[in-house]
Design a protein around this ligand. Structure first.
Ligand code: AMP
Length: 418
């Protein structure tokens, strides 16, 4: 059937074009370098997972159901495109036997994540995360370590004006009693809360604290703070993390309203924002401890801590703040040959590629047009081949900056281009 409209990309999904890749590559390189310096090893996990893995551990069940790209494969298996990396990394830690190796396992991952959310600037349906996980230790020093990695990555991506928000949400020893205090605080105002918060009051009271709806704000200020109600071990960890951050020279502010909505999150939670940001939408990275996650997935209870950073947002900030990355030219050398000399051109290109990136112009067009294309590629040199020179295995080498041109034997080209 003939189509009148070309087929366009899926809504909320972007292509990263070659002209944008240098900034992406710069922040990816910073991420890999910082991770490697801290002895984290790269892991690549599946993009498709059993839907159950995500649904069992997903944030605030409604939201996960609404945002999850869920589908059945041809065999009727219920699958999902991963919305975040941690669930899969923890699965792979056990399935791949990393739990038998040195502990904690220090892992990092780059990759696309998928959420069916309403697309807007900084929020896409396919986006890319940098994920750091330290699995197999309860040491609060690792909480500080992953924060230091996030800070290092953002700084080395050229984003130095940052705000780090920090909180502790306790654990299953101290949190239940605190949640009761929180309910007691909010119950007298129940009728004045918005619908979701009225429901959260009984099901998930911690989420009352990060509600952004104006009518719910007045009741926050006097709400009890969980950091005043931590058990001994959580309190020690809270002190230790802050002490380690101070020693590392990493500034933070305590945000008592920074929480996570699920029981398997414990103790440290943190978020990095660009200094001027106000909305939660602007977070560049967020993370924390998830000592109950492995068990929620059905594995032996195993602690972990980590963060996810968003490459899309980091690249947008790098671009907006004028971070400059010197982009390599598409080709160092352009080989231009007369028609009929494709074999010779391919051979000359192969010789030049020992030392340089080379593009051959095979298009049937005039020499002048080929020179313009070579210029657009950013080529530093052009190698010109003509019908009378090729049999003698010589070519003309032109330096595009100076315009100087010289006859060179093919086999001498690598030396001249080095
Ligand atoms: P989260 O996994 O929701 O804690 O998000 C971690 C980071 O991933 C955020 O701080 C963002 O930088 C990034 N991120 C999350 N969702 C999206 C999205 N829909 N589009 C682009 N970046 C996102």
């Amino acid at each position: 059937m003939p189509r009148s409209e070309p087929i366009k990309a899926v809504r909320g999904v972007r292509d990263i074009l070659p002209r944008d890749r240098p900034l992406w590559r710069a922040t990816e390189r910073a991420a890999a370098e910082v991770a490697t310096r801290f002895a984290y090893q790269e892991i690549v996990t599946a993009i498709i997972e059993r839907a159950e893995l995500i649904e069992r551990v997903g944030e605030d069940t409604d939201a996960v159901a609404k945002e999850l790209y869920r589908f059945e494969d041809r065999g009727g298996r219920k699958l999902a495109l991963r919305p975040e990396a941690t669930a899969g990394v923890v699965r792979a830690y056990f399935e791949g036997g990393l739990n038998q190796g040195p502990q904690p396992a220090r892992l990092y991952l780059f990759g696309p994540m998928f959420r069916y959310d309403r697309p807007q600037k900084g929020r896409y349906r396919q986006f890319f995360q940098y994920d750091i996980e330290a699995i197999g230790s309860t040491s609060p020093a690792l909480d500080a370590e992953v924060i230091e990695i996030a800070a290092g990555w953002l700084r080395e991506s050229g984003i130095s004006d940052l705000r780090l928000e920090l909180n502790s949400i306790g654990d299953n020893v101290c949190r239940p009693a605190y949640l009761e205090l929180l309910r007691e605080h909010y119950r007298p105002f129940k009728d004045q809360l918005h619908g979701d918060c009225q429901r959260r009051l009984e099901t998930n009271p911690l989420r009352l604290l990060d509600c952004k709806v104006p009518q719910c704000q007045p009741f926050k200020a006097d709400a009890p703070r969980i950091t005043d109600h931590l058990c001994g071990p959580c309190s020690e960890a809270w002190d230790a993390v802050r002490g380690l951050l101070d020693a590392a020279g990493i500034e933070y502010s305590h945000n008592p309203y920074l929480v996570r909505g699920l029981d398997y999150y414990t103790r440290t939670v943190f978020e990095f924002y660009p200094a001027g940001a106000t909305g939660q939408q602007d977070a560049l990275a967020s993370g924390g401890r998830y000592d109950g996650l492995a068990e929620a997935e059905g594995w032996p209870s195993t602690p972990g801590v980590g963060f996810a950073g968003g490459f899309d947002r980091v690249v947008e900030i790098m671009a907006a703040s004028g971070v400059e990355v010197i982009a390599a030219p598409a080709a160092d050398v352009a080989v231009l040959a007369d028609a009929g000399l494709e074999l010779a051109a391919a051979e000359v290109a192969r010789i030049c590629r020992r030392v340089r990136s080379v593009a051959v112009d095979y298009e049937p067009k005039s020499l002048a047009a080929k020179m313009r294309s070579a210029d657009k590629l950013g080529a530093r040199w052009v190698v010109l081949l003509s019908g009378d020179e090729a049999p003698r295995r010589v070519a003309r080498l032109r330096d595009m900056a100076s315009g100087e041109q010289a006859e060179v034997e093919w086999d001498q080209l690598p030396e001249r281009l080095a």
